[in-house]
Write a protein that binds this ligand. Sequence first.
Ligand SMILES: C[S@@+](CC[C@H](N)C(=O)[O-])C[C@H]1O[C@@H](n2cnc3c(N)ncnc32)[C@H](O)[C@@H]1O
Length: 253
Amino acid sequence: MEFHILTVFPEMFASPLQASVLQRAQVRGLLRVYLHNIRDFTRDRHRVTDDYAYGGGPGMIMKPGPIVSGIQAVQERFGRAYVILLSPQGILLTQRLVKNLAQQERLLLICGRYGGVDARVQAYVDAEVSIGDYVLTGGELPALVVLDAVGRLLPNVLGDEHSVTEDSLFHGLLQGPVYTRPEEFAGMRVPAILRSGNHAAIAVWRRRQALLTTLRRRPELLPQAPLTPQDLATLQALQTQEALQEQATEHTS
Ligand SMILES: C[S@@+](CC[C@H](N)C(=O)[O-])C[C@H]1O[C@@H](n2cnc3c(N)ncnc32)[C@H](O)[C@@H]1O
C-alpha cells in the first residue's frame, strides 16, 4: 500500500518511519511512504504556503493553491489516491474507519498547520478525518496515527507474534487484561485459568473479560459490537453482577 503525505514539515516523519513495525514493513515492500513538501508546489520566490485570514483574526491560513497542486501532482504521477485532510472538524478516526482505509491502494494525507486550511481545499478531498476531540499544532502527528493504525492492519505487516484480531476494537470490544511473567508481582497473581493450559477455557475467560472491560469502561460500544447469543447471555449475567456489586458498595459506604 502507498501512503503519500503532503506536509510543510517532512522531517517530522523521519524517526517514526525508521523504527519498529513501520520500518520493517517498508523494508519488506509491504508499505511505501512518500513525503511531499507542500512548499515544492508553490509558485512564488519565497515558497509561501500560508496567508492572512479573510475577515481578520489571529493565525495564518494555509493557501489552497500549493495544496491542490500537490494533490494533483501526486495523482498524475502515481495514480488515483483516496485523499484525506487531517482536521479537528473531520469524522472521528475509529477502528472501523481504519479497516476501511486499509482496503485502499493509495492514501494521500494532507497535514494542515497554523489556523487551518483554506476551506476550498475540501472540494479536492474524499474525507476529512480527526484523530480526536482536541487540537494539535499540525496534521503531521495525526497523519502518523493514521499511517500506523492502517499500516499494522496490512497483510503480513505484523508477524505471527501478534494478531490484530485480538486487539481492542477489532471486533468491536475492548481487550480484557493481559499478563506476562512473573506469575506474582507486588502481591498480585496472574489468574489461575491463564496458567491452566486449557485453551478452550482460556478463550471463554478472555471473551468474558473483554465483555466486562467494555461494559465497565466503554458501554456505548456494546450496541454496535457483533455479539453472539452466548455473549448476550454473558453480558446479562455480568450486568446483574455489576448491579449487585454496586448495591453492596452503597450499603457499606
Ligand atoms: C492548529 S490546527 C488548526 C485548528 C483550527 N483553527 C480549528 O479550530 O479547526 C492546525 C492543523 O492541525 C491538524 N490537526 C489539529 N488537530 C487535529 C485533530 N484532532 N485531528 C486531525 N488533525 C488535526 C489539522 O491539519 C489542522 O489544520
